[in-house]
Write a protein that binds this ligand. Structure first.
Ligand code: AHR
Ligand code: AHR
Length: 499
């Protein structure tokens, strides 16, 4: 094999960026298309358990291991009344759902969602409707979920089968309220005043909850990042996180630029981290607000968003290929590199709708993006390390010269384990990569996992489900603090190290 050019990564376990929040490996499920109905929840299916949850989907979700799940939307949230989704199923209203022009049966609601989260060991993150919803409804939702028995809403929860409070800690104050497409869209000031008043009621019901304010729905919005500044100035002391959303795509079929999108993700986080610092300084505040990237993914191929008043229509069932998986991997690298300010993130979405898992009545398919998420979620823990990366560059139309290697690393002192995450963006040549530990070195590279291929457009299908997957490679001792890896073009390599 042609050994190609070489690159070097220097690692020092004492050079710490910050603690990696496990909540960076979260997911999002919305009442949209076939995400919930006929995806996760399908009581009529032979593959459903006693809760109506698809056994095969739950098993695949366990492999992804989302630590937090955001629910119930999305644009759906802004027309959703949570009381429709609790109580006896037969009495729940069947409604016209305006965001996706679909029929909503409300057969899945808060209790079913909490059951799913408990099965997966994931934190629930609930949104309150600040479109058609009221601040009363927002406060009452916190009472319903978190208050002990003895008052109206809490007693309703008990009557509906949950004697103990759900203890939902994370809550979103609406969804993408800067977007003209949003039901009940407002300008920044109107939104922020409503969000602040909802936040007060919600935290009076339960001061231990953590609230996320809607930031800009994309860095391409004309109001970005001014929306964020205004909303933060009004709500600062009442909120704990600011949300950001972004969907990436290779619309011009410019793979070289597409594979360098980490540059853009990092700029986006930097701009909002700067906005947080500005507002904190301006308000002379001692309170901190962090970032939550609570919708992120590749999405540009399937734009089917009108459900034609069907139940569970096929909406935005994006098919993912190798280059998409490598963009997802870089996004996760960026999360580690900015974990000092980014504390939560939710892959949008988890099943069928722009998702790593696709379902059919008889089974599921793991798409290419499933694998990088599963690897990071499993191996990134402890501290994120500030790496020195020296790599040859390549030319991109969007970002100029960019390094061929995009990397991040974690070290978990408690476990005596670490991991280095390496994306090779080049399309033709392999790279010889020297890993060098400065200071204390691990004893060995325990295992190596690779996601790679020769065709950036290669994708898994139900007929050929294993085109893109994880290839395990043998590890070896680290000698004199050094380890050499061959990384193929178009690849993600994860090297797991151990003391
Ligand atoms: O995830 C799909 C949609 O994208 C969400 O409903 C919305 O918040 C975003 O625009
Ligand atoms: O990065 C933005 C701000 O910087 C955060 O709010 C604060 O924690 C840090 O000082």
């Amino acid at each position: 094999m042609n050994a190609g050019r070489s690159a070097r990564i220097a690692i020092d376990e004492e050079r710490v960026i910050g603690r990696i929040s496990p909540l960076l490996f979260g997911g999002f499920i919305e009442h949209m298309g076939r995400c919930v109905y006929r995806g996760i929840f399908d009581p009529g299916s032979a593959l459903a358990d006693e809760h109506g949850l698809r056994i095969d989907v739950v098993a695949a979700l366990r492999e992804l291991n989302p630590r937090i799940i955001r629910y119930p939307g999305g644009n759906f949230l802004s027309g959703y009344h949570w009381r429709d989704g609790v109580g006896p199923v037969a009495q729940r209203p069947r409604r016209r759902e305006l965001a996706w022009q679909s029929i909503e049966t409300n057969h899945f609601g808060t209790h079913e969602f909490i059951t799913l989260c408990r099965m997966l060991g994931a934190e629930p993150m609930l949104g309150v409707n600040l479109g058609t919803g009221t601040i009363e409804e927002a406060g009452a939702y916190v009472e319903y979920c978190n208050a002990p028995a003895g008052t109206l809403e809490a007693d309703r929860r008990v009557a509906n089968g949950a004697p103990e409070p759900f203890g939902v800690r994370y809550w979103c104050l609406g969804n993408e309220m800067d977007g003209p497409w949003q039901i009940g869209h407002m300008d920044a000031t109107a939104y922020a005043v409503k969000a602040r008043e909802a936040a007060k009621l919600m935290k009076w019901h339960d001061p231990s909850i953590r609230l996320t304010l809607c930031g800009s729905s994309s860095s391409h919005m004309p109001t970005y990042p001014e929306w964020d500044r205004i909303a933060l100035e009004i709500c600062w002391e009442y909120v704990d996180y600011l949300s950001l959303h972004f969907y990436a795509g290779n619309r011009d079929d410019d793979t070289d630029s597409y594979l360098a999108l980490a540059r853009q993700f990092e700029d986006h986080l930097d701009a909002l981290a700067g906005t947080l610092r500005y507002v904190k300084a301006k308000l002379r505040s001692r309170h901190d607000v962090y970032l939550s990237w609570d919708e992120w993914n590749v999405w540009y191929k399937d734009q089917t968003m009108q459900g034609g008043w069907q139940e569970a229509p096929h909406l935005i069932e994006e098919v993912y290929n190798l280059e998409d998986a490598l963009v997802v991997a870089q996004w996760l690298n960026v999360f580690l590199r900015r974990c000092d300010v980014l504390k939560m993130a939710c892959l949008a979405q988890l099943v069928n709708v722009i998702a790593p898992i696709l379902t059919r009545p008889d089974g599921i398919l793991r798409q290419s993006i499933f694998y990088p998420f599963a690897l990071f979620s499993r191996y990134a823990s402890g501290d994120s390390l500030d790496l020195l990366v020296q790599a040859p560059t390549y030319a991109t139309r969007m970002f100029g010269e960019q390094p061929l290697i995009d990397a991040a690393a974690s070290y978990d002192a408690g476990q005596g384990k670490g991991a280095i995450f390496i994306v090779h963006r080049g399309r033709t040549e392999p790279l010889t990569l020297d890993l060098e530990w400065q200071g204390r070195a691990p004893y060995r590279v325990a295992s190596i996992y690779q996601v790679s291929g020769s065709d950036p457009k290669a994708a898994n299908t139900f007929d050929t489900p294993d085109v893109i997957g994880i290839r395990p490679l043998p590890g070896a001792p680290v000698v004199d603090g050094r380890f050499r890896l061959q990384v193929p073009p178009l690849s993600l390599t994860v090297a797991v190290v151990e003391r």
